[in-house]
Design a protein around this ligand. Structure first.
Ligand code: RB5
Length: 146
């Protein structure tokens, strides 16, 4: 599975550890940066990762900023993106199962690297349940289109 990762200057260590964890576990990772000693406004990276996912170049994305919220707000402006800011396990799992979320947003100032990696692991290894949830996801797409 191809996964896009990206962060702003508040979250470089989290992003790098998440990237390394995913690579070690056999995922094909595209790293949109940034790296140490750089700064960037989070919408720039959110857009790059969101476009990578919405174009199906990558199946899922992981975005990390200070809170996870700025990244999710920006990524959700891209058509086809369902980005969820999560800070605990239940939400990271159920946003895949029920919402078919395709980007997980994390806050480096909210959770430690260990928890972040556990949430990433749950997110990338959980499949959308479909069924009655498909209808609701389709309703979100309708809002986006109309
Ligand atoms: C950067 O200082 C910070 O505002 C950003 O990482 C993020 O938390 C925004 O939502």
């Amino acid at each position: 599975m191809k996964i896009a990762v990206g962060c702003d200057h508040a979250a470089v260590e989290h992003k790098n550890d998440i990237r390394d964890y995913l690579i070690e576990n056999g995922f094909d990772v595209t790293d949109f940066g940034i790296n140490e000693n750089q700064t960037i406004d989070y919408p720039v990276i959110a857009k790059q990762v969101a476009l990578c996912v919405s174009s199906n170049e990558c199946e899922l994305g992981i975005l990390v900023c200070g809170t996870g919220i700025g990244m999710s707000l920006a990524a959700n402006k891209v058509k086809g993106i369902r980005a969820a800011a999560c800070s605990e396990h239940f939400s990271a799992k159920y946003t895949r199962l029920h919402n078919d979320s395709n980007i997980l947003c994390l806050g480096a100032r909210v959770i430690g690297v260990g928890t972040a990696i556990e949430l990433v692991d749950l997110f990338v290894n959980t499949k959308f349940e479909g069924g009655r949830h498909q209808r609701r996801v389709d309703m979100i797409t309708d809002i986006e289109n109309n």
